[in-house]
Structure formats: C-alpha cells, structure tokens
Design a protein around this ligand. Sequence first.
Ligand SMILES: Nc1ncnc2c1ncn2[C@@H]1O[C@H](COP(=O)(O)OP(=O)(O)OP(=O)(O)O)[C@@H](O)[C@H]1O
Ligand code: SF4
Ligand SMILES: [Mg+2]
Length: 321
Amino acid sequence: MSEVLKVESLKMYYRMGQTYVKAVDDVSFEVQKGKCLGLAGESGSGKTSIATTIMRILPKNGQIISGSIYLDGQDVMKLSDEEFRKIRWVKVAMVPQASMNAFDPVFTIGDQIMEAIQTHKNVTKDEAMSRVKELFQLVGIDPSRINNYPHEFSGGMKQRAAIAMALANNPDVIILDEPTTALDVIVQAQVLSLLRNLKQKLNISMILITHDLSIIADICDSVAVIYGGKVVEYGDIYKIYKNPKHPYTQGLLGAFPNIKAKKQKLIGIPGAPPNLANPPSGCRFHPRCPYAFDRCKVEEPKLKEVEPGHFVACHLYDKGD
Ligand SMILES: Nc1ncnc2c1ncn2[C@@H]1O[C@H](COP(=O)(O)OP(=O)(O)OP(=O)(O)O)[C@@H](O)[C@H]1O
Ligand code: SF4
Ligand SMILES: [Mg+2]
C-alpha cells in the first residue's frame, strides 16, 4: 500500500522569549491512499500544531526544528517557501479549526471559493463558478445557493462550504481540524456522514483531528493519540479502540481505572495536560498516570510495536530491550 503522506520525527517549537514550547516533539505517522488517520488528544496536546506544521502556516514564533514530511514520496521539507506555496491547497489542503466562522461576511461564499480556485488555477470565471457548483453538489449544498452570504448559511452549511473550499483544487490529502466540534449532534452526524462519503467517492486521504475517539473510530482507519506533543499510541483504529494499551488512551476512552478506589470504578483523567514550555521529565504523562513507577519519571518511553500494526510508548509494555 502506498503512503500519500509520511511524517518522520517532526519537531516544531514555539519561541516564547527565552524558552520554547515543545508543541510537536518527535512525531511520526503515515497516511495511506484513500485512508483516514485520526489525531486524538486533549486540548493543548499539539494536534493543530502538527497540522499547521504540515501546511507550513505557522505563526511567526513557530519554528520547525527537524524532521521530514513526504508528500507522494517527495520530501517537501526540502522545498523553499515559494516552491511549497505551489503545492499547498493543491496537494495538501486543510479545513482549519473553527473555519466555518472564517468566511468573510462581505463576500458571497461562492466568490470566496472561486477565489481559492483562481489563486491556484488559470481558469476563467465561468469555469471557476461551475467548479464551485460541482463542489456544492459534492458536499450536499444546493448549487442555487452560490450567491448567498455567510450569514445566510446555517452552521452545518458553512462547515460543508469550508470542506468544499479545501477540496477545490483536488488535493491528495485533506486535514480536517475539529470539523464537528461547534455543531449540534444531528448536524455533527450529517457532517461525519459527508466525510465518510467523500472518502469513498474521491478516494482521498484524510487526517481527522478531534478530541473524541469515538468519532475517529467511526471514520478513520488508523489513529495517532497525541499527549504533550508526542505520539503515545499509534496504529490500526480497530485494535486500539478495542484494546487501548496506553493509560492515556484508556483515559480518553473513559476507561481510566481508579486504582485507589475499593471497587473497580472508571473515572476521567485526573489533572491537567503538561506545560509544554517545561514538560515533565521521563514520560510526560507520569504526573497523571495511576501506573507510574520510578523509571517513568526519568526515562522517556519509546514508541514500540506491541502487536502487528499497534505501537505504544509506555514502560509497562517495554521489556527493556
Ligand atoms: N502561537 C503560539 N505560541 C506559543 N504557544 C502556542 C502557540 N499556539 C499554540 N501554542 C501552544 O502549543 C501547544 C499545542 O497547541 P495546539 O493548538 O496545537 O493544541 P491542540 O491539541 O490543537 O488543542 P485544541 O484541542 O485546544 O485545539 C499548547 O501548549 C499551546 O498553548
Ligand atoms: S510510561 Fe509510566 S507514566 Fe507513562 S504511561 Fe506508561 S506507566 Fe504511565
Ligand atoms: Mg487545535
């Protein structure tokens, strides 16, 4: 199977005065053609930072430290900003977090998507307009709404339009950052069903970012669980959802054991995510982990394969080799 996107040992830090916020710290994963990878983790774990690093749309203080990003086998880290600009939105596109609220209120949605097309392709206005209508149809918006302004669209329609915009130039990979978070449950289900259809119809590769592992289980083929800027569990979604190995993944799935309670009781993850400007030593999860032992405080666990296609970074599964 061929991977469309491969990320290897990626590090991206934010400069904050004299210190660095280690938001993406040695992250590796890959996405196969026509498959969906989920990125899961609590708020502040580094999910958006991974996406904006891949897209090279970092704020001024964001600095790629090291690592490789391959798109269709090409190491795009070697490309200059000018060269990368030609493939951004064309080979890899993104639906940013809260993008449905990012449409400019003074222009029609159709005009804004047309502009996205004309920026990258030498097409006439009529050709761009017929592409927008085609995209509207693809995402389930009536093409007659092409001249509507953002305030005339519901939240769900705006999210569909944001997805249409990302699909405008037929990218190989689309990154969706929390595409359903601001929506009510019914609209959320409709957007998820749209994503499932698009994946099948277009055979497009996707990265779906969400804090909700059940959404990932619903749509994705694989998952990378992110904690404190690192991948703590990675692999086949069926295996991980059925049998989460990392205590953090167990916590995200609401299956965190309260080992202090007399009776077996499941609880949420206690404590707060780490400060990435000064992360805990050893395993970054150790201050919150009920299983932590001495080694966890001093030695960082490496991602190791615990069964075919299932990787975990936790000393509980590390036999010391
Ligand atoms: N521009 C920035 N400057 C400094 N630190 C930043 C900046 N943007 C994000 N961070 C920090 O980087 C870390 C990762 O943030 P990021 O937005 O990637 O997390 P996230 O997993 O997407 O969270 P959420 O679920 O809330 O969207 C956090 O500690 C955050 O405070
Ligand atoms: S390495 Fe230690 S602290 Fe980290 S998750 Fe595993 S048991 Fe918990
Ligand atoms: Mg985010």
